[in-house]
Design a protein. Sequence first.
Length: 149
Amino acid sequence: MDEFYEWPDDNTGMFRDTFSLTGRICRLEFFIVFGVGLVISLGLLFTIPILANLFDVLWGIVLLAEGVKRMHDFDVSGKWIIPVVLVSVALSVFRESIPWLAIIGAAVPLVFFIALLLIPGTKGINQYGTNPTRNYHEQTLEAGFPDIE
């Protein structure tokens, strides 16, 4: 009788499926997406403010997807990003009437994304796939999958 193996997702290689909510990414990929987006956003804010708003929406979508995958990297469900988004949006709604809420509304996601930059991922395969910083073939062998090469 043939054995059936449910092979883990291959998460090796950077910038694969940027808008996907599945898999794992490393801290470096998240840092690059966060940093490049921040530089572009600030550049547009000071040069073409109308485009800055449009870019920030797109960048926010990408950051959410990348944040979910970063959470997967340390074996946490991506659904825990929802409270961060809700708190940030709720606080920004009241920023006109209570100005200090705007600071908290900006600080909550910033602290969250800094944490995503600092928390290391699990070393091997977890429920969301393989470690994006290690060789896929080596990880599957370590986990007991058969050698297909």
